[in-house]
Design a protein around this ligand. Structure first.
Ligand SMILES: [Mn+2]
Length: 290
């Protein structure tokens, strides 16, 4: 067992960004905090950033948080810059994370998480992890761990970037807000999102990778483990990252994951998701929400 941080170590709050369509997955994520480690929920502060949620959504978030003993704080942000590229799939809530420095003036470090995530282990060791001067910590994206093996940042060669440059997934980010502010990181990513759209495929994630200039802390892979077995089961998945991160290794990592990320367009709450033990796990958590 990892020794638990005592009262002297401040735990970073968790930050999630949602619109009405992602409230149920957020409730599942909250449920998983408590199910993974029953003692953890009472230590968690959850900041929910949104662009205007319906009353019903706010009630669902508050009642699930109360039931689990999680402190929750809903914060309203203005809509994103209209010059940002439009998503074919996904939602504008994705861009809400770029507003973290403005909407969270009262914490130095936060853990941003997508809501297509469930926790399988105690999250507190990550919430207490020192960043040692790095602006943020992340995990290399297993589907495109380095530029040359993926389709991220099209035209990266012309931008003078190396093909071996590591590329992070932005679904889990341990952010030192003060350090990011000092480096103008979020503002730079926002500007690139408007100005460099020809070089962006995975919009905000590409913009953040470009803005980060390789200067980020590599977190243990267990803090952002992708659910690969359902993707493989579906067929048609081409694993471009094989030379750097073999698929067999990634599948084995599902067993040791602390944070399980259902990345990609298919989500475990959708009816077309393949039957799979990870989906069963997801649906059990979903049934526990109120
Ligand atoms: Mn995601």
């Amino acid at each position: 067992m990892t020794p638990m941080p005592s009262d002297t170590v401040e735990l970073a709050p968790i930050v999630c960004c949602v619109d009405d369509g992602f409230v149920r997955p957020l409730c599942v994520l909250m449920q998983s905090i408590a199910t993974a480690e029953p003692g953890a929920a009472a230590d968690i502060t959850l900041l929910v950033i949104h662009q205007g949620l319906q009353e019903e959504s706010r009630t669902a978030i508050r009642s699930n948080a109360d039931r689990l003993g999680i402190s929750v704080d809903l914060r309203l942000v203005p809509p994103p810059d209209p010059r940002y590229p439009a998503f074919r799939t996904g939602s504008d809530a994705t861009y809400t994370r770029l507003a973290i420095p403005e909407v969270i003036p009262d914490h130095r470090v936060v853990l941003y998480m997508d809501v297509d995530i469930i926790l399988l282990q105690d999250i507190r060791p990550l919430l207490a992890m020192p960043l040692d001067g790095a602006p943020f910590g992340a995990v290399p994206d297993p589907t495109k761990p380095v530029l040359r093996l993926g389709r991220a940042l099209p035209g990266w060669q012309d931008l003078g970037l190396s093909g071996d440059r590591e590329y992070f997934n932005n679904g889990v980010l341990l952010v030192d807000i003060e350090e990011c502010r000092r480096r103008d990181f979020f503002a730079t990513a926002s500007r690139l999102l408007v100005e460099r759209q020809d070089n962006l495929r995975y919009w905000d994630q590409d913009a953040m990778n470009l803005a980060a200039d390789e200067d980020w802390l590599r977190l243990d892979r267990k803090w952002n483990t992708f659910a690969f077995s359902p993707l493989v089961q579906l067929g048609g998945y081409v694993h471009r990252g094989e030379p750097v991160l073999p698929l067999a290794r990634l599948l084995a990592e599902e067993e040791t994951a602390a944070v399980l990320h259902f990345a990609g367009p298919r989500k475990p709450w959708m009816c077309d998701y393949p039957d799979n033990p990870l989906r069963d796990r997801y649906l059990r958590l979903l049934q526990m929400t109120t």
